[in-house]
Ligand binder design. Structure first.
Ligand SMILES: [Zn+2]
Length: 442
């Protein structure tokens, strides 16, 4: 009885397969073709009309204007959309999401580190990562504040397909002088610091910390060069850079102010993060050593929008003035950096819940700040694609739509090379050939 049913089924499928082969060739599941009206060639800063991107096995096989569509390929025609490479964010903290109502970084850090396990933070990171990916950010460099290697756990979960998120370049715990970036902690509470930072006080500590980070699964090294008067020394920084570069890994340095940025630049790090205050001689060194500036800047309104409701009119006025001054200062230093020939890599440093915005929606606001500081749309797009890819050491994998690279491609309705805010409204996201978001409805 059972045998008879198997035979009947086998015969049925034989005929069914035959019938299909008579009409259309079986679709080649490996080939996907993306079509649109425009594509941004980010290297040449040119628009390609009627682009055809042929994708196989998650990688770009061929790309060009009006290419012939291979037989049997699955064709996704995005109509009058613009294709561009997936966005990259070179400065994320996916495993923390602070709350303004708790009163600033110091309070939030104590609560996050003392109350949330690395497992819980990795799950938070899964949400933040998905929100980034859905906004078109297909790769991030996550620079610390992930507890004990929670970023590595999240990276592995994403790579294994357990959760949906961007590609992650992880740094594990940031290296720092005593206390990390914590505010005041009483003696017994200072044990918390090592859950979030690796404190170094000697050159030997520095070398050990770098080696330990790689053992823990880091892809790059993050150093907090200064927090208030606590500063990592030039000798320690040099040892960190030497240890990392010896094994072809990059170093990201959080540095603010004349001395800390100078230490980072002299040590030869790969990027200086923030540098809200940085002197001209350091900008010159950065330009000559090809050190990227990652300006984690936001437009003025995104600072003033989040003044607490509880503030008195006087407090509000004072905070507004401070924040406007901060935004203006950042804008001036970005202009000075560009004038000095420093290359810019885009990074958000977003780690607060900004109203109802998703993490991706708030992170992409940085492009407006870059625009307000005089960067052209093409310069901004390059900072968020090509430059970030190079800073991550992944220029052979991501950052442009070229044959051989991963099929990380996003699309917008309008043309971001004309109007940069289009990047806040990405409507189609593909990561490694898989469609993550499609508001065009395919
Ligand atoms: Zn940061």
């Amino acid at each position: 009885m059972r045998d008879a049913r198997v035979w009947t089924l086998a015969v049925f499928f034989l005929f069914a397969a035959h019938a299909v082969s008579q009409t259309t060739p079986a679709p080649d599941a490996h080939l996907v073709v993306l079509k649109a009206e425009r594509m941004l060639d980010v290297k040449a800063q040119k628009i390609v009309s009627n682009p055809v991107v042929i994708i196989e096995g998650g990688k770009i096989k061929q790309v060009g204007a009006g290419l012939a569509i291979p037989a049997g390929a699955r064709v996704i025609d995005l109509g009058n959309a613009t294709l561009l490479p997936g966005l990259i964010d070179a400065h994320t903290h996916l495993l923390q999401n602070y709350d303004f109502a708790l009163g600033g970084d110091d309070n939030n850090m104590v609560l996050t580190v003392s109350q949330m396990s690395p497992a819980e933070r990795a799950l938070l990171g899964a949400k933040m990562g998905r929100e980034d990916l859905e906004a078109g950010i297909t790769t991030v460099r996550d620079v610390g504040n992930s507890g004990l290697n929670g970023d590595v756990a999240l990276r592995r979960a994403i790579n294994r397909g357990w959760v949906s998120g961007p590609r992650i370049v992880a740094s594990t715990r940031a290296l720092s002088a005593a206390g990390g970036q914590f505010g005041t902690l009483q003696h017994d509470a200072q044990e918390l610091v090592k859950q979030e930072y690796v404190e170094i006080a000697t050159v030997d500590d520095a070398r050990r910390a770098v080696q330990r980070a790689f053992y823990d699964g880091a892809d790059c090294i993050k150093v907090i060069v200064n927090t208030g008067p606590r500063v990592v020394s030039l000798d320690e920084m040099k040892a960190i850079v030497e240890e990392a570069h010896r094994v072809h890994k990059k170093v990201a340095a959080h540095a603010i102010g004349d001395d800390a940025t100078r230490i980072a630049a002299e040590a030869g790090v790969d990027s200086i993060e923030h540098a809200y205050i940085v002197p001209d001689d350091v900008l010159k060194t950065m330009a000559s050593k090809k050190i990227f500036l990652v300006p984690t800047d936001y437009p003025e309104a995104s600072y003033t929008d989040f003044i607490p409701q509880s503030a008195t009119p006087e407090e509000r006025k004072q905070m507004e003035d401070e924040m406007k001054g901060f935004a203006k200062g950042n804008s001036d230093r970005l202009k000075r950096a560009m004038a000095a020939g420093v290359r810019i890599a885009a990074g958000s440093d977003e780690y607060y819940q900004m109203g109802k915005r998703t993490r991706g929606e708030s992170s992409t606001l940085i492009y407006e700040a870059y625009r307000d500081s005089g960067m052209t749309p093409w310069q901004i797009i390059q900072a968020a694609t090509l430059n970030d890819a190079e800073l991550l050491g992944w220029q052979d994998r991501i950052g442009s739509i070229e044959a051989g690279k991963l099929a990380d491609i996003v699309a917008t309705s309008g043309d971001p090379s004309q109007e940069i805010t289009e990047l806040e409204k990405v409507k189609f996201v593909m990561k490694g050939g898989e469609i993550v978001r499609d508001d065009f409805g395919h």
